[in-house]
Write a protein of this length. Structure first.
Length: 302
């Protein structure tokens, strides 16, 4: 019996020693992982306040992203120097919208305006990176802003929307470049492939050049708020894009309120290739982005 008790004691010591070794090894591995994670990204400090500012400086559903890491006081907001697509969803949900998207256009050229942060103003963070299921931007990772962000050229711009309603009016139009990004204004002139939103299909698509005349160009530019001359031409090369027109033979007198009030063919009655899309040039100052009616101002979370 004495020998048996001694064996039990020795076995217990061995088990205890093995347990301690496993614990120490796991602790060292966990410490290493944490250190490596901290070297690549900074965890956001809990709840972060966010807002979106448009070209006029008002709160909006589309515009320049600003965040505050320290409570949401007006003086603590700064811009975001780059962010992932999933981060836009998280940010917009935090503001009460259903979804968000990062705008590919540079902040200095968004909608023909420069909405970048002012030189010398704060940049709160860089490379905002969310998985997409977070409830607050404060649950995401980011890098510390560096000298490459100081000129605000890389400030992020987002658009937030609601999935529960059709976001665009039937017959809404816009001008886009060859990649489908918003056409950039050059001075007091905007030029791009003319696209129209049809509620029946729920999609944007180009308008064909066949039958399109000066009256149609005038109606299109007037609808987008341009008051100057309107011109049109056939697309060439990359500016034609890759989507075939859904509307064709648009015949307007010039007095109509929108293109759908003009005679036209649409959807199954249109047999066009992308190379048959029309390019429209509008002069003056207008909005060629085709944005939906402004959503309610986002609530500020502090």
């Amino acid at each position: 019996q004495g020998l048996f008790q001694q064996l039990v004691a020795v076995t217990s010591c061995v088990r205890f020693g093995m347990t301690m070794l496993v614990f120490l090894f796991a602790s060292a591995a966990l410490t290493s992982l944490c250190c490596n994670a901290e070297a690549s990204a900074v965890a956001a400090p809990g709840h972060v306040s966010v807002r979106i500012i448009d070209a006029s400086g008002s709160f909006s559903s589309s515009g320049l992203v600003e965040v505050s890491l320290t409570g949401g006081n007006a003086s603590t907001y700064g811009t975001v120097c780059g962010m992932s697509l999933a981060s836009a969803d998280v940010l917009c949900r935090q503001l009460g919208f259903d979804y968000g998207s990062v705008t590919p256009t540079l902040c200095s050229q968004y909608g023909g305006s420069n909405i970048c942060g002012a030189l010398g103003s704060s940049v709160s963070l860089k490379n905002l990176n969310c998985a997409g299921d977070e409830m607050n931007v404060g649950d995401c990772n980011f890098d510390t802003a560096d000298a490459g962000c100081a000129d605000h050229a890389l400030d992020s711009v987002v658009h937030c929307g609601m999935a529960s309603v059709i976001p665009f009016a039937d017959g809404a139009i816009r001008l886009v470049d060859g990649s489908g990004a918003p056409a950039l204004a050059h001075g007091s002139q905007a030029r791009g492939r003319l696209e129209i939103f049809l509620a029946r299909s729920g999609t944007w698509a180009p308008i064909g050049k066949a039958g399109f005349g000066g009256g149609a160009a005038a109606v299109a530019c007037k609808w987008m708020g341009f008051s100057g001359k309107a011109g049109f031409e056939a697309c060439r090369g990359i500016e034609c894009g890759f989507v075939p027109p859904h509307v064709n033979e648009v015949a307007c007198s010039g007095s109509e309120g929108n293109l759908l009030e003009c005679g036209h063919a649409a959807l199954d009655d249109v047999f066009c290739a992308p190379e048959e899309s029309v390019i429209v040039t509008c002069s003056g100052h207008g909005d060629a982005l085709g944005l939906p009616a402004r959503a309610p101002a986002p609530k500020l979370l502090v």
